[in-house]
Design a protein around this ligand. Sequence first.
Ligand SMILES: Cc1ncc(COP(=O)(O)O)c(C=O)c1O
Length: 422
Amino acid sequence: MSSSHWFERAKAVIPGGVNSPVRAFNSVGGTPVYFSSGKGVIVQTEDGADLIDFCGSWGPLILGHARDEVIETVKKTAEQGMTFGANTRLEAEFAELLCHQIPEMDMVRLVNSGTEAVMTAIRLARGYTNRRKIIKFEGCYHGHTDYMLVASGSGLLTGGISSSAGVSKTATAEVFVAPYNDLESTQAILAEHGDDIAAVIVEPVAGNMGLVKPAEGFLEGLRKATQTAGAILIFDEVINGFRLGPTSYGHMCGVHPDLTTLGKIIGGGLPIGAIGGTKSIMEHLAPLGPVYQAGTLSGNPVAVASGKKTVELLRDESPYLKMEILGQRMAKGLQHVATEKELDLHCAQLGGMFTPFFRKDVVTNLEGSKACDQEAHARYFHHMLQHGFYTPPSGFEVTFISGVHTHEQIDAFIEAFYQFEG
Ligand SMILES: Cc1ncc(COP(=O)(O)O)c(C=O)c1O
């Protein structure tokens, strides 16, 4: 049975046929692909095609699909019981490992998704500071809690407008939105509303408007400004964590937030999230402190086993230099082809994170990302799919290169891009 067969059946019983909107291919058109299996970076589809996967489940699969050691530990752990709703040794070991790899985190609490991690981090920041308001940045995505679903456009010093129906105005009125990489705007909000600001939350390397790197001094400036205002700085590293090194990006760049949120990679492909930070803040979480947080499946042994093995492999094998080399090869190769063929393209790349922006100029914020030619991206997506490469089905996402992609696969990708007519 084909992808279209399953999509038709799914549409009758699942809203839009999907369990997360971007999977519906609305940005690129056409029928979403249904996957049946994956090993390494090769996935099989229900249409009988083999594709080279450059989406990696939106980030978690840094070691590729179904890595033997991860599968082995998942199987073994599952056989011993899927959940206890009580404590296991694995949780303590995993928390120790995460705090060791990210020394700025004294303590960590495990949850079930990135959304939940951010929700907890915000509540904790509010509970700790006894303040309400939050500053976020345009184009940064922090999951789908009410107050994080705030779009830009309403001016810096007014409350944001929700980008979703069903979100109460009171939730979004407590969120200020500043342009990414614009330190002055953030400082201005903090100067005027500092006493009310509980937290500033940012993706240190933005990955949800395509890949946008932090400008020099931006993160350092946020650190300083939040310290002065007495606000909590949250680095949302649900994508960044363990993606660019066997630690957090905050640790790598030497800017240390008060709280870090993690997800994706630290579950090794199973659902997980985490929030970590300094002891003095983390001890405000229940049962030690007054900030409530709980979860039936939090710290689930199977997810923890998968995440722990993945983080251990990343620590021991450190595929990061290889990913940087592959990433550079990809970005330079595509840029070279684009120049030769006079296509408007700018490739952003950092380690195994890569975005081909369909415009000539560097993208530094959401405005720049929105100015890209999304129709050209849709044509590119389908062209690459026809040539056997699965890339994220949206121009506002990151293409993920894993530690198990090969030089030959990158070269084949560039070769296929050479056939792209724009
Ligand atoms: C930076 C960031 N934070 C939070 C989230 C939400 O994570 P989840 O989809 O696991 O709820 C995402 C998801 O893509 C993300 O990229």
